[in-house]
Design a protein around this ligand. Structure first.
Ligand SMILES: CC(C)(COP(=O)(O)OP(=O)(O)OC[C@H]1O[C@@H](n2cnc3c(N)ncnc32)[C@H](O)[C@@H]1OP(=O)(O)O)[C@@H](O)C(=O)NCCC(=O)NCCS
Length: 195
C-alpha cells in the first residue's frame, strides 16, 4: 500500500477505535474541502500521522469545544524555516531555548504547536470565535509561548492584529526520543464560567 494511503487508513483506524469508546459504530470519516475530517454529530476530534506514528483524539462536544493534535519527528527544522513560521521575538525565544535547553528541538516543537492550534482553530466553539468570520491563518498568525517546566504552551491567535481580546488556546507538549507531540484542547464552555 503506498505510504500516503496507508497513513490515511491507519489514521482512520485510530479514529474509529477512539469513536468506538463513545459507542459510535465504524463508518466512513470523510474530509471537508480543506482536508479536515468530518466527525459524527456531537463529536470533535483531530488526526495526526508522522514517521511511524498515527494518532486520533475525539471527545463529545458537550465537554470539548475543539481539538488539535500534531506529531512531528524530533529533528531540527530545515534551515530558514524557523524564520518563516515565527514572528521575530518568538524566533528569538526559540533560539534562546535551543541554547539553554538543547535536549528538545524547540524549533520543531514550535512548528508542531502551531499545527495543533491551527487544527483546533478550524472549528472553534462559538464562545471562542466571537461574532466574526473565521479567518484563514498563516503560521505567523499563531504566536506560541512555551511553559517549559509544565509541558504546556499558549497559542495566541493574532490574525487581525494585536488586541486585548485575542483568543488564546491552551496546549500541552511532550518530547520523546524520536517524536514530538502537541495537543490543543479547547473547553466547550469558557473556564471562567466555572461550568
Ligand atoms: C493541515 C495541516 C495542519 C496538517 O498538518 P501536518 O503536520 O501536515 O499533518 P498531520 O499528519 O499532523 O495531520 C494531517 C491530518 O490533519 C487533518 N487535517 C487536514 N486539514 C485539516 C484542517 N484544515 N483542519 C483540521 N485538521 C485537518 C486530517 O485528518 C489529516 O489527516 P488525513 O488527511 O489522513 O485525514 C497542515 O498541512 C497545514 O498547516 N496546512 C496548511 C495550512 C496552513 O496554512 N497552516 C498554517 C498553520 S499555522
Amino acid at each position: 500500500m503506498p505510504g500516503r494511503v496507508r497513513e490515511f487508513a491507519t489514521g482512520r483506524h485510530c479514529a474509529r477505535q477512539a469513536l468506538a469508546r463513545f459507542g459510535i459504530p465504524p463508518g466512513p470519516i470523510l474530509r471537508d474541502a480543506h482536508g479536515a475530517p468530518l466527525w459524527p454529530d456531537r463529536i470533535k476530534g483531530s488526526i495526526t500521522h508522522c514517521c511511524g506514528y498515527r494518532a486520533a483524539a475525539v471527545a463529545e462536544e458537550s465537554s470539548v469545544g475543539a481539538i488539535g493534535i500534531d506529531a512531528e519527528p524530533h529533528t531540527a527544522l530545515p534551515p530558514g524555516v524557523l524564520g518563516r513560521i515565527s514572528v521575530p521575538y518568538e524566533a528569538e525565544g526559540i533560539r534562546g531555548l535551543l541554547r539553554e535547553r538543547p535536549g528538545v528541538r524547540w524549533d520543531r516543537l514550535l512548528f508542531s504547536a502551531k499545527e495543533s492550534a491551527y487544527k483546533a482553530w478550524q472549528f472553534p466553539p462559538p464562545w471562542l470565535r466571537g461574532g466574526g468570520d473565521q479567518q484563514e491563518l498563516d503560521f505567523r498568525d499563531i504566536v506560541v509561548s512555551f511553559d517549559v517546566a509544565r509541558g504546556a504552551f499558549m497559542a495566541r491567535i493574532t490574525a487581525g492584529g494585536p488586541a486585548p481580546t485575542e483568543p488564546h488556546l491552551a496546549g500541552r507538549w511532550l518530547a520523546g526520543v524520536d517524536l514530538l507531540v502537541t495537543t490543543v484542547v479547547v473547553p466547550a464552555v469558557p473556564a471562567w464560567t466555572g461550568a
